[in-house]
Design a protein. Sequence first.
Lengths: 95, 489
Amino acid sequence: MTIDRRQFTKLAGAGAATAVLAWQQACVQVAETGEVSAETVRILLDAQGPRGIYGEAEEFERLRRAVANSIQISEQLRSFELDDDEHPLTIFRRG
Amino acid sequence: MQEALHFLTVRELADRLVTGEITSVDLTRMYLDRAEQLDPPPFDLPSEPRNDHDGKLSTMVTIARDHALESAERADAELRAGRRRSILHGVPYGVKDLLDTDGIRTTWGSGIFRDRVPLRNAAVIDKLRESGAVLMAKMSLGEFAGGNTSSALNPWKLDRTSFGSSSGTVAATVAGLIGFGIGTETGGSIVFPSSAVGASGLRPTFSRVSRHGCMALSWSLDKIGPVGRSAEDCGYILEQIVGYDARDNSSTDRPFSFRAEPGSMRGKRLGVHRAEFELTQSDHNRQVFQEALDVWRGMGVVVEDIELPLYPTGALFTTIVTVESGTNFKRLFDDGRAAGMFSFNEDRAAGWMAGRMMPAADYLTAQRIRSRLTREADEVVSRYDAVIAPTWPNGAALREVSEGWPIPARNEWEPSDDLDARTPRLNYIANLVGHPGLNVPCGFDLDGLPLCLQIVASPFDDQSALDFGMSFQQETDWHLQRPPYPWRP
């Protein structure tokens, strides 16, 4: 099946939105329970491509803990007060 | 007492090479024989940390004997013809097995890449070749530059950690198995292991040294730097490996011409991050650090206590490194090779995958905070010629390897999220903002393990950190202490 550009944009946008919504969902779950549900992690994982080693239950549990940890760390950074004019430190140098 | 040849500094070795007292072939053969006699790998490397070392340090993943002897013969021929490329000409060195070497396997410390043989040299390897240095060995490290996870032991006491990740490089330098070494650092991987074994190790200013051909752990944090038996060694080596390289986006064209004489230190200003001096649990260690500061005071240096800005350095580090590593190592996960990572790295791998999932906004938030930290840290450090703190508050910790689940000594100094003023911060701030840092030994703890200080200077003022290190080593002999052989169990 081939799809045109408009359909592709719609599908890709839906995929990205799914990942963003899943991360937001994970943030809520961590705030409420300290953990992320397996279902939410699976959505996040599938948005990355092949499941690879995280198709195995033991590794998947390890990942579930790591996602919760990442969210707790992100919360520290999100709550850090910054001026609106603070730019990110990105390096793009030519020549 | 005359120092044994294998323990001489780069300058001392260079003096003997240039006068013809020794040849590069003799010197290289001496180091190769010594390595093969004292430190043959007791098991296949790379490896998980293990107990069955049979008294060996396990500093070398690959000894490149034929390559080294060919390079040494070439160096001697050039010297005979009156062509001396640099002070490193003819001096054998070892490089952390993270940098590509043409025709010599480069494993990144991982069993996954046990048979990886690159067909190119990293930029640093090419520069050292142009300098006439002799590549002798690829040094062991924690898998994928993992912190405290190396198989290399500490030559001062075999039951202690040599930390990581440049542990093979620093341990071999201190044990007199190589002339000098090259390590890499993302968050402490040169200065921390240097501190554990008492080496002089320099983390150069970020972007001074090209990372082309070196495994990337974090594009925005990785540095490559020298390890030697003196601060002066580090200056000579750095001078040969700096320079702009279009293949590294972060590379800058800032010249560095090493000045081996620190000159008068009178009136120079040293900022002391006092809170970190209070972190040691030992009165003896505190006294050792204090006496080191008194050495500079005795030279007329103005020594002042300082405060460093309070930032969530741990959260910044974890976010930046996991997002960048997770992106870089994506293929390992996609094709399943990540299953071959060593057991101690399973949580780390999961962290990388979680980093890949993190929204771009969170990564950019980390880089915005880092931007403000950089401004504030630059301002504090710019008031001084250098800023100082213990690299590590105590001697090297016990290396704990329990049966069935090898876990190296717990890293009690992972960047802390504690914003309290007592949190050790100088190293992590300096790494986040790209300041140069030099580790120098300054004494021993009550178990006979080295204690060291980290001297941090403003960006591109690597010379200032070296000046403080060299002036200290002109007045003291801690950097000349050698671990006795057989190495203590």
